[in-house]
Design a protein around this ligand. Structure first.
Ligand SMILES: [Zn+2]
Length: 135
C-alpha cells in the first residue's frame, strides 16, 4: 500500500506551476539585439555567461537561450540555427506546465505516483532527442 502524499504533492505542484510559468514568460522579456522582433514593456538583459566570460567561447546554454528567444519572436529558422533543441525544450516546458496544473485540478491517490514515472520518462525522452540531434 502506497502512502497518501496528495496534500504535499498538491503544494509542490503549485510551487512548480508558478516557477514553470515564470520560465515560460521570461523569454518574452529578454532583450537580445538581432533576435528580438517585438518589444515588451519589461526588458531584462540576460546575465553574462560564465563560460563566455572566462573562455571567450559561447556555450550550448547561450545558444539555447537565444534559440528560445528567437522562437518566441516567431523565427523558427534562426531558433534552429542557434540551438536545435530550443523548440523541444519549450514543448517539454509547456507539457510540464500542463502536468503541474492537472493534479491541482483533479485529485486521485495514484496521480503523484504516475507523475513520477512521467517525469522520468520526459527526462529520458529529452536526453534521447538531444543526443540524436548531436547536441
Ligand atoms: Zn553560455
Amino acid at each position: 500500500m502506497m502512502p497518501d502524499i496528495s496534500e504535499q504533492y498538491k503544494f509542490v505542484n503549485l510551487v512548480l506551476l508558478f516557477l514553470i510559468s515564470v520560465a515560460v514568460i521570461t523569454p518574452f522579456t529578454l532583450d537580445m539585439p538581432n533576435v528580438n522582433r517585438y518589444s515588451c514593456p519589461i526588458k531584462l538583459v540576460p546575465p553574462t555567461c560564465f563560460v563566455k566570460q572566462y573562455t571567450g567561447e559561447e556555450c550550448s546554454m547561450c545558444g539555447l537561450t537565444r534559440s528560445i528567444v528567437a522562437l518566441y519572436n516567431g523565427d523558427l529558422d534562426l531558433s534552429l540555427k542557434f540551438h536545435p533543441a530550443g523548440y523541444i525544450f519549450i514543448c517539454l516546458l509547456l507539457f510540464e506546465l500542463l502536468c503541474r496544473a492537472v493534479p491541482i485540478i483533479f485529485s486521485h491517490k495514484l496521480i503523484p505516483w504516475l507523475d513520477i514515472f512521467q517525469l522520468v520518462g520526459v527526462a529520458f525522452l529529452f536526453k534521447i532527442i538531444v543526443k540524436s540531434k548531436g547536441v
